[in-house]
Design a protein around this ligand. Structure first.
Ligand SMILES: Nc1ncnc2c1ncn2[C@@H]1O[C@H](COP(=O)(O)OP(=O)(O)O)[C@@H](O)[C@H]1O
Ligand SMILES: [Mg+2]
Length: 323
């Protein structure tokens, strides 16, 4: 399958008093067309920073993309050219965040909010057809009674409906890539499952690719074609989802599986447990492999030298001295 997005050696740092603290460290991955890449890792591992770096959407002025290339359909996105980035954001790469409540404007109706996005990105739709387009758009993301719902304000909708509205807004411009950062984390389990189904439908029906970010490997495992596991700002494992679920390689990935209730089972996982310790804070990364203080398989070399990301076979990479 052809690649839609390619990210190479992305580095994003927090710049403070002449020091650079790495938040995203030499991150490379790709996303195929019409496919879902799950990016998983504990909270604080750098997933959101990676997502924002793709279009240099970093709000904090001290955080900067210092290095790296992002290619969409083979064409480089110039991360320093704000005009180029403005064109890509929302239009070709659309974002959905965890908290629909904070992303939606509380004093605008759903219709007004979608219309705003529409006027920005869709000059092909005539004014008189806008209302119908919005209704259809809401139907497509599973909002019932959408003729009535377009006049609602955010507080009149349920959490699941608000996230569906966010998805509808992301889809208005028919983006090539949706970056969904913890889109189901604030929702309860049944709604979570419905949103996952919706995202899978969008992939099938519209051919959109999705970067699906979650701290929950169980959810990522259900939806992804490929999975990238992130730890302390680095990718530590990347492979096809099936491969990673059947045979996780990195001790951190195995640790994440060990923490799951029995929903995903495989031979490497013996019993439910937790990974001891915590994700090190940016700026406080240990020498050697960043995971070594928590790693049950560590040996001498692990505390001294950082392992590179090595290719085990095509489309399968791991950052660990065991391999
Ligand atoms: N504005 C910021 N300035 C400095 N450090 C930040 C900022 N935002 C996040 N970080 C740090 O960057 C690291 C990665 O954060 P983040 O990408 O939000 O992780 P995740 O999304 O995986 O939970 C964390 O150590 C976090 O404390
Ligand atoms: Mg995050």
């Amino acid at each position: 399958m052809a690649k839609l997005l390619e990210v190479k050696n992305l580095n994003t740092g927090f710049h403070h008093e002449g020091r650079i603290i790495p938040l995203v460290d030499d991150v490379s991955f790709f996303i195929e067309k019409q496919s879902i890449l799950g990016l998983v890792g504990e909270s604080g591992s750098g997933k959101t920073m990676t997502a924002l770096s793709l279009t240099n959407l970093l709000i904090d002025r001290n955080c900067r993309v210092d290095n790296g290339r992002v290619m969409l359909e083979g064409k480089e996105i110039s991360l320093s050219d704000e005009n180029c980035l403005k064109e890509k954001r929302g239009k070709e790469i659309a974002y959905i965040f965890q908290e629909p409540t904070t992303s939606l404007n509380p004093v605008m109706s759903i219709r007004e909010q979608i219309e705003e996005v529409l006027l920005m990105h869709r000059t092909d739709i005539e004014r008189k057809s806008i209302k119908n387009f919005i209704i259809t758009q809401l139907q497509a993301v599973g909002i019932h009674n959408s003729e009535k719902k377009i006049s609602s304000f955010p507080h009149q909708l349920s959490g699941g409906e608000k996230q569906r509205v966010m998805i509808a807004m992301a889809m208005v411009s028919r983006p090539k890539l949706i970056v969904a950062d913890e889109p189901t984390t604030a929702l309860d389990v049944t709604i979570q499952a419905q949103i996952l189904t919706l995202l899978l439908e969008l992939k099938e029906n519209f051919g959109v690719s999705i970067l699906f970010i979650s701290h929950d490997l169980n959810i990522v495992g259900q939806i992804s074609d490929y999975i990238a596991v992130m730890y302390a700002g680095q990718i530590v494992e990347f492979s096809k989802a099936k491969e990673l679920i059947n045979c996780p390689r990195h001790p951190y990935t195995i640790g994440l599986f060990n923490c799951l209730p029995n929903r995903i089972k495989h031979a490497n996982v013996k019993e439910l447990s937790t990974i001891q310790g915590e994700v090190p804070k940016a700026g406080n990364f240990p020498d050697g492999c960043r995971f070594h203080p928590r790693c049950p398989k560590k040996f001498d070399r692990c505390s001294k030298e950082m392992p590179p990301l090595i290719s085990l076979k095509e489309d399968q990479e791991v950052r660990c001295w065991l391999y």
